[in-house]
Design a protein around this ligand. Sequence first.
Ligand code: SF4
Length: 499
Amino acid sequence: MVYDKKMTSSRHILSKSTFMRGLQCPKSLYLNKYHRELRDELDMSQEAIFRTGKMVGELACGLFPGGVNASPPDPFHYQDSVQLTRKLITEGTEVIYEAAFQHDQVLAVADILVRAGDKWKAFEVKSSTSVKEPFLWDVALQYYVVSGSDIELEDFYIAYINNQYVRQGELDLQQLFALTSVITQAKELQPQVEEHILESKAVLAGNEIPELDIGPYCSDPYDCDFNAHCWSHIPNDSIFIVARLGKKKKFELYYNGTIQIEDIPETFPLNSTSKCHVDCHVHNRPIIEKDRIGNFVKSLNYPLYFLDFETINPAIPPFDNTRPYQAIPYQYSLHFKSSPQSDLDHTGFLADAGTDPRKPFIESLLKDTSGPGDILVYSLSFEATRIKELAEQFPEYNTDLMALSSRLKDLMLPFQKRYYYTPEMKGSYSIKAVLPALVPDMRYEDLEVSDGVQAMEAYRELEDEKDPQRVTEIRDALWEYCKLDTLAMVRIMEKLESL
Ligand code: SF4
């Protein structure tokens, strides 16, 4: 192929990400182009997902070392990247990272391009642990653009995380990444890709925002970032928060003109959980089943411990004997009461960031819970699963950890089973919904770290933080957050006991 600058010099109309956006919703495609000011701000968990994706992408380049990176200095100079990619191909470069192509006014960037004789192999890197359907469209578009640029692709792979890989020593990239060829699917999707490109160009050429109501596509396959704009007419207490009501049924109600919970027709089929939520909301009437709550309270044996774990789940296993995305406990908070009337004690554990926290975590936890008594957690399966995993990874503590696990009791149960439900819980039984309903004077919002995602990010920040004062501030914030979780459990328990 002779390099022709004219072929690439005009700016693209569509890119891989805008193509995918348009596939999900044409309105989103249009708003993203002409009304970016309406986009929601990235929240912390989305930033973390992007950061993980970038890190995984960079790591995957190590599968084919020695390549040349063709990425532009900033997103406004992709034409330079297209030209550089052409130049690298013409010069005989074997491996190109971020290889950019433009065809039919569509820009596509292949994460890794590897020469295979007179053909090429392309790799799309994903930080997920399986090949998902939207990835096929992503690759199909790239296939369309790369092939249209007269580059013959021998194969096209998705490189994703193999969550069965267990790290031992240095990272083994061949084990960490799984490769699946999707070139057959990409070829099959070509007619639809072409059609969709035409439709997207027509949307972008329009003078008005496409008239499109909200729908299931607002969160499928991804959460759209124009939610605040498009959903502004939906109140907080709408049919969309009804517990255990499927998305399909919610939109069935919405498209028939029902937005408020109180307007749900009596004849509309609801399961018992949804019905309970709707009835409580409509009649503003709590459910408090004192007998069942009493039985639950009586089933607990003092002394009582109130326990909560915080975990990280990094895509890249950071320590020996960890897998990708494994939940690794790094902190716990533990409140203790020897009897319902006794004073409250507190202790906890917070690992040094950057070190493997598991062994010191286990030793501290076993010591702190060595006395008799039940251990209350909120959502038992989470803590029980972490303990089981630790017992498997550290067999020397297996007996003690499994004994500890047998003492766990779930404080969530009375709320999950709706022995206690108030309209303020808005259909949820998470501790963040239950606490303000039962103990209105306790708040998470005032804390520097106020949810699990922020806690993970704060702990990650600790790894790089050099300023001792800031380290102390972050550790204090983590400590306060986790402590509030178990204090919340204590207060909830006291409320149940008072009934
Ligand atoms: S919020 Fe829904 S309707 Fe609005 S742009 Fe996004 S996907 Fe489309």
